[in-house]
Design a protein around this ligand. Structure first.
Ligand SMILES: O=C(O)CCC(=O)C(=O)O
Length: 254
C-alpha cells in the first residue's frame, strides 16, 4: 500500500511511480495472461496491434491483480471509500508519438473529481524509447487550464498538442516515467502527459477508477468520458469477489 509520502507525492504532482511493485514472477504471470487475451484478439480479427477495452475483465485469472492489496488499498487511499471501477485497457501500440493531452478535463469541479489510471508497462521504456512523460502538478485546476490555453490545440477541442507555450512537444520539460516491467504508475487522469520515441509492439495495461462522484456535474463528466462504466462487464457484476462487486454495483445506482 502507498505510504504517507507517496500519497503526498500523488496529491501534489498528480502521479506516483512505484518501482518493483510487482515481483518478476508476478509481472511474468500478468504478461502471460495478457498475451492470452491479445492472442485471442489477433486470432479473431487478424490484427497484430491492439487497443482493447475492456481488458482485465475478460480473464478471471487477472482478478488477483485488481484486488491485490498493494493496488486495491492504494486506490482506496487515493480515491477514498466507495471508489468505482471505470474500466480497463490492454494496448499494443504502434505510434511513435502521442502528443500532450490530459485524459480528462472540464470545469474546476470536474477536474477536482479524482479519476485514476493504474498503468503497467510490460516492456521497458526509457526517455529515448517510448516512456510516458508527465507534467508534474498539471492536474491542479489552475495549471491544468493554463496549459490548455498555452497549447496550439484549439481550446476544449480534446486534440493533442504539438506545442505548449511555443515549445515543441518533445522539448517540453517533463518528468520521464522510465519504466521496467514490475513498476506501476498511479496517475490522475487530469494530468497532462505525452509519449515520444514510441516503438511498435510497446505494451501497456491500465486499470481505471473514479472516486465516488459528489454531484451531477461529476456524473455528467463520467458519462462524457466513461460511458461504458455504466454497463459493467458481466464477469464483474457476477464476480464471487466482494471487492470487485463493491466497485461495480454502486455504478448501477448513479
Ligand atoms: O502510451 C502510453 O504510454 C500512454 C498513452 C496515453 O496517453 C494515454 O493512455 O492516455
Amino acid at each position: 500500500m502507498l505510504n504517507k509520502d507517496q500519497i503526498a507525492h500523488f496529491d501534489t504532482f498528480g502521479f506516483v511511480f512505484i518501482r518493483n511493485l510487482l515481483s518478476e514472477p508476478e509481472i511474468n504471470e500478468l504478461s502471460l495472461y495478457s498475451q492470452e487475451i491479445f492472442d485471442e484478439h489477433s486470432r479473431n480479427t487478424g490484427e497484430k496491434y491492439s487497443q482493447l477495452q475492456p481488458f482485465f475483465e475478460l480473464n478471471s485469472k487477472m482478478d488477483k491483480f485488481v484486488v491485490d492489496d498493494r493496488i486495491f488499498n492504494s486506490v482506496n487511499r487515493l480515491l477514498g471509500d466507495d471508489f468505482l471501477w471505470v474500466g480497463s485497457e490492454g494496448n499494443i501500440t504502434t505510434k511513435s508519438e502521442h502528443g500532450w493531452h490530459p485524459d480528462r478535463t472540464g470545469n474546476e469541479n470536474q477536474v477536482n473529481h479524482r479519476r485514476l489510471k493504474v498503468m503497467f508497462y510490460l516492456d521497458q521504456t526509457t526517455r529515448e524509447k517510448g516512456c510516458l512523460r508527465v507534467i508534474p502538478g498539471s492536474h491542479n485546476y489552475e495549471m491544468h487550464r493554463d496549459i490548455i490555453n498555452g497549447t496550439d490545440a484549439p481550446p476544449d477541442s480534446g486534440e493533442d498538442a504539438d506545442y505548449i507555450y511555443g515549445v515543441k512537444g518533445r522539448e517540453f520539460p517533463a518528468y520521464f516515467v522510465e519504466s521496467n516491467p514490475g513498476d506501476v504508475l498511479f496517475f490522475n487522469q487530469c494530468l497532462w502527459h505525452a509519449v515520444y520515441n514510441g516503438f511498435p509492439g510497446r505494451r501497456y495495461l491500465a486499470m481505471k477508477f473514479a472516486a465516488k462522484p459528489e454531484n451531477d456535474e461529476q456524473v455528467e463528466s463520467l458519462n462524457k468520458y466513461s460511458l461504458s462504466m455504466f454497463s459493467p462487464h458481466e464477469n464483474y457484476l457476477n464476480s464471487d469477489n466482494l471487492q470487485i462487486r463493491s466497485m461495480v454495483e454502486p455504478v448501477l445506482k448513479l
